[in-house]
Write a protein that binds this ligand. Structure first.
Ligand SMILES: Cc1cc2nc3c(=O)[nH]c(=O)nc-3n(C[C@H](O)[C@H](O)[C@H](O)COP(=O)(O)OP(=O)(O)OC[C@H]3O[C@@H](n4cnc5c(N)ncnc54)[C@H](O)[C@@H]3O)c2cc1C
Length: 332
């Protein structure tokens, strides 16, 4: 009998796990359900007038091991290395030369989402985009319901990739105590909120670094990255800054008017970088992240019990590190 497997979420973790399942079980029917139009979840990219920019995960770190091997091997089509070092700044916005020169950081010429596209492409799975799963239940086998009211299944096993609070919503009153217990454990995982301003300029910037990271966690800005340092992302004589707010700033201002938030972050960027022109970008974009970074994980026990009943979870919160490379490593 053909094994039928369902995957909820096509983030880095879900896409990596799907690719492994596709290779290990070539005769299995694997169906992926992804609520968004794009894949790769919080590793997200947009396009605008010939510019590609990443407004979630900025890059994939070269953390070594299987992920680096895979990315530089089978998944290297359109892979590019981010050019330039990451320097640091403190609570007063004073910049210091960072210690990370020489570290490799990757993305793709056409956006970091290419990573999940590569992984899913080789899995042989059917990927349903813009298809939100709203309910999961067990009756002899696993079934799930999507937002359009359609029921899918039966599945022999389900793999869930959404952030812990969204996984918890799905693993509630499923009809299987082990799955519900995992849902309760996932509900306890806390998250930091995030907020990203994208600032576009019709001029080039001449700076000695790719990114600036706040080291003491005391500044309203946690990160400034330059998309033009990613080959293929920004045409000549233009610049794009990605400014990420600190978790404290992001939670305090999450519901505030986006234009005001963008203006505030642009002002901070201008002060930190030391260039007044940066306070008035030529175009902007923004994104709030309710569940940006997992600040905890779950115990092995509920994970193991649910797995025995055919419910698996993957992603950064299970990997115990809120990084793209960790999510992928866990999925693999
Ligand atoms: C602003 C920001 C900056 C970051 N910067 C970096 C960085 O520079 N480097 C780095 O390594 N990491 C970075 N990270 C962290 C990194 O993005 C995450 O750790 C990683 O992408 C998590 O992958 P995941 O597979 O665990 O989950 P996700 O990427 O969250 O994927 C979950 C998927 O599930 C889908 N989904 C959710 N609910 C449902 C549902 N009900 N039905 C169907 N689909 C559903 C979502 O749409 C999503 O595609 C950053 C994160 C943020 C927010």
């Amino acid at each position: 009998m053909t094994a039928k497997l369902g995957v909820v979420g096509a983030g880095g973790g879900g896409a990596a796990a799907t690719s492994v399942l596709g290779s290990a079980l070539p005769s299995a029917e694997i169906t992926v359900f992804e609520k968004s139009r794009g894949v790769c979840g919080r590793a997200a990219a947009r396009r605008r007038n010939g510019i590609v920019y990443e407004y979630g995960a900025n890059y994939l770190s070269d953390a070594g091991g299987r992920v680096s091997e895979l990315v530089t091997g089978e998944l290297d089509d359109r892979l590019v290395e981010v050019d330039g070092p990451v320097w640091t700044f403190n609570a007063d916005g004073e910049i210091s030369r960072g210690g990370s020169d020489g570290e490799r950081r990757w993305t793709y010429e056409d956006g970091i989402t290419r990573l999940a596209k590569h992984l899913l492409g080789r899995s042989g799975a059917v990927v349903n985009r813009e298809t939100r799963v709203v309910d999961i239940n067990y009756e002899d086998d696993w079934r799930l319901t999507t937002a359009d009211g359609e029921e899918h299944g039966p599945f022999g096993a389900l793999l869930l990739n959404p952030p812990a609070p969204q996984t918890a919503d799905l693993l509630s009153e499923t009809g299987r105590a082990s799955a519900d217990r995992l849902g309760e454990a996932a509900q306890e995982v806390e998250y930091h909120t995030g907020w990203t301003a994208v600032l576009g300029y019709d001029f080039a910037l001449d700076l000695p670094y790719y990114g600036l990271a706040n080291v003491d966690g005391e500044h309203p800005v946690s990160w400034i990255g330059r998309e033009e340092k990613k080959p293929g992302h920004v045409p000549a004589r233009r610049s794009v800054l990605i400014v990420q707010a600190s978790p404290e700033w992001a939670s305090a201002r999450y519901e505030d008017a986006p234009e005001e938030n963008v203006t505030d972050l642009a002002e901070h960027a201008a002060r930190i970088v030391g260039d007044r022109r940066l306070a008035t970008p030529d175009w902007t974009d923004h994104q709030g992240w309710r569940y940006a970074f997992a600040a905890g994980s779950v115990d092995d026990e509920p994970l193991g019990e649910a797995a025995q009943d055919g419910i698996y979870v993957t992603g950064d919160w299970v990997a115990e590190e809120s990084r793209l490379d960790a999510a992928i490593r866990h999925g693999l």
